[in-house]
Design a protein around this ligand. Structure first.
Ligand code: FE
Length: 221
């Protein structure tokens, strides 16, 4: 079997977000957890005869989706879970940055329209991420151009909806923060939103016609 999907390289060094996310966390999370999802995905995609499908197509084919109702997403089995986690983690690495800057251009306008200010958006991401029960993800999404913050459980992902584009995500599974922040999920989220969101990537994701057009380095060409 030829491995089709691949673990993307981190877009920064493993020290770059220390101490908010330490090299030890990256080692476990990127080369441990994420790589395991990719390996299992390659095995299951080959078994299912889907080795020629793109990652996002696999996710959409296997999802029982209600695209505009993120909280109602239902997974479509083991292949969906592995594919979605590959997508979610690849999107998360891109959502982070050593020095994220601030939103600009059309994205900044859309943030002001939806939240009043970037600070309000950051507070909402942190609040929803901290309040999310158990494992999952908090997302900034665009639904037909309008921004909103949503959270998803376990491997669930907004990329299943064609009218719904993820713009940024933060992993709130314990493996994302436990080594560095113990059970203080809110401290991890506050630090990430304050310093380490990649607003350049967010602007690309917002401007893209479709999430399929973004280069996430995930081996789905
Ligand atoms: Fe994770």
């Amino acid at each position: 079997m030829t491995a089709k999907f691949s673990l993307p390289a981190l877009p920064y060094g493993p020290e770059a977000l220390n101490p908010v996310i330490s090299p030890a966390t990256f080692a476990q999370h990127h080369e441990g957890h994420h790589k395991a999802y990719v390996d299992k995905l390659n095995e299951l995609a080959a078994t299912a005869g889907l080795e020629n499908a793109s990652l996002i197509d696999i996710i959409r084919k296997r999802a029982d989706a209600k695209p505009l109702e993120v909280s109602n997403y239902v997974s479509g089995g083991e292949l969906f879970l592995q594919a979605a986690q590959h997508f979610n983690h690849s999107f998360y690495w891109k959502s982070l940055s050593p020095n994220g800057g601030e939103p600009t251009g059309e994205l900044a306008k859309a943030i002001d329209a939806a939240f009043g200010s970037t600070d309000n958006l950051k507070a909402e991401l942190s609040k929803q991420g901290a309040g999310h029960f158990a494992s999952g993800w908090v997302w900034l999404v665009s639904i037909g151009g309008k921004l909103s913050v949503v959270s998803t459980h376990d491997a669930q992902t907004p990329v299943i909806g064609t009218d719904l584009k993820p713009i940024l995500t933060i992993d709130v599974w314990e493996h994302a923060y436990y080594l560095d922040h113990k059970r203080a999920r809110k401290a991890y989220l506050d630090a990430v939103v304050a310093k380490h969101l990649n607003w350049t990537f967010a602007a690309e994701a917002y401007a893209a016609k479709s999430t399929d057009d973004l280069d996430l380095g995930i081996g789905n060409g």
